[in-house]
Design a protein around this ligand. Structure first.
Ligand code: ADP
Length: 328
């Protein structure tokens, strides 16, 4: 059976980008086709300025939203990264096969350090090593597939490199995983800044649709989305990033092909209106289920406790094998 691993970072409220790029597929496809693990990667939330109580709160919220989006703890494993010691244990061993040069080449590291530098801030060492911890997250479970948005493609590539290098040097220990991306909405862009990804930790909040936004807030954000100077509704990532982003979101919500949809609309206004309603409809069941689950926090805690136990059992033999292979 194919094994799948993926995760979300509790650094902010989950977004429509997280949902369309990753979570929706986990619930609809991955959990049923595969022996799947979905993780709230809270250790990764410590790589940037953080407030301890907020990280803890956002971890629980992310877990609740994963369940609300349709993950079924009877068929897949949902857990919190810091509950399973095998992740940092393996990460250290992988740091001994990674090089500092390849870490410094990671695009997200370069972008985030540039941003911090501009603010006059300093960068945590864990931001540099975070892709190794991500590799450990994946390799500990022998995952074959990693369903992610395309912003994570480079990190999964690094994971593959580390697995191959470790196997060559110390004997076959790790499965070499591959990333899978959705066909549509693999990178949802910020509605106010459509050349930047819609990321939960970014600054332009009015361009981010959060999964828990009320319908009227969603409508307002979509109707105010920055479009392009032309008038024609055309699918063109380079020339018309704003309109193209809306077409991608609409197609992802309703099914269909964003390029075909471009022929259907004669005005930006009509496209925005339909996109807003489509997003409201996609979020509605998730929000309803979230509300129900919030009334039963003990259930969510139980899911996470069982999930951590299962995850530990799955990870430990491979991490032990990696320790033996490397000479410990
Ligand atoms: P972020 O902190 O950027 O929101 P995470 O690292 O928590 O993202 O990512 C969780 C999942 O959501 C990953 O699979 C990631 O690729 C996906 N994802 C995040 N943002 C987007 C986006 N704007 N479009 C598509 N997928 C996204």
């Amino acid at each position: 059976m194919t094994r799948v691993f993926s995760g979300v970072k509790p650094t902010g409220h989950l977004t429509l980008g997280n949902y369309l790029g990753a979570m929706r597929r986990w619930a609809a496809v991955d959990q049923h086709q595969a022996d799947a693990l979905f993780c709230i990667v809270d250790l990764h939330a410590l790589t940037v300025d953080h407030d301890p109580a907020r990280v803890r709160r956002l971890s629980r919220q992310a877990a609740t939203l994963l369940l609300a989006s349709g993950l079924d703890p009877e068929v897949c494993t949902v857990f919190v990264q810091s509950h399973v010691d095998e992740h940092p244990r393996l990460s250290y061993v992988l740091e001994c096969v990674a090089t500092d040069g390849e870490m410094r080449r990671m695009i997200q590291y370069k972008e985030k350090t540039a941003r911090e530098g501009a603010r006059g801030g300093s960068v945590r060492l864990s931001l540099l090593t975070y892709p190794v911890l991500m590799a450990a997250d994946i390799l500990a479970y022998g995952a074959d597939e990693v369903p992610v948005g395309d912003d994570q493609a480079q990190h999964v590539e690094l994971t593959r490199d580390l697995a191959v290098r470790f196997n060559q040097r110390y004997g076959h220990t790790f499965v070499v995983p591959r990333a899978t991306h959705p066909k549509v909405a693999a990178r949802v862009m910020n509605l106010q800044e459509p050349t930047a990804k819609m990321g939960k930790s970014e600054d332009v909040g009015s361009g981010i649709v959060y999964l828990l936004d009320e319908p009227d807030v969603v409508r307002k954000k979509v109707m105010r989305a920055v479009t392009d100077s032309g008038r024609e509704v055309a699918y063109d990532r380079e020339g018309r990033p704003g309109v193209t982003n809306l077409l991608e979101i609409l197609a992802a919500c309703e099914g269909g092909n964003p390029e075909d949809l471009s022929g259907v609309y004669e005005s930006y206004g009509a496209l925005k209106k339909d996109t807003a309603e489509a997003v409201v409809e996609v979020l509605r069941p998730v929000q309803e289920r979230h509300k129900e689950l919030c009334a039963d926090p003990a259930y969510v805690e139980g899911v996470l406790r069982n999930g951590a136990e299962r995850a530990r059992e799955m990870a430990r033999p491979r991490v032990d094998a990696a320790y033996r292979a490397i000479g410990l």
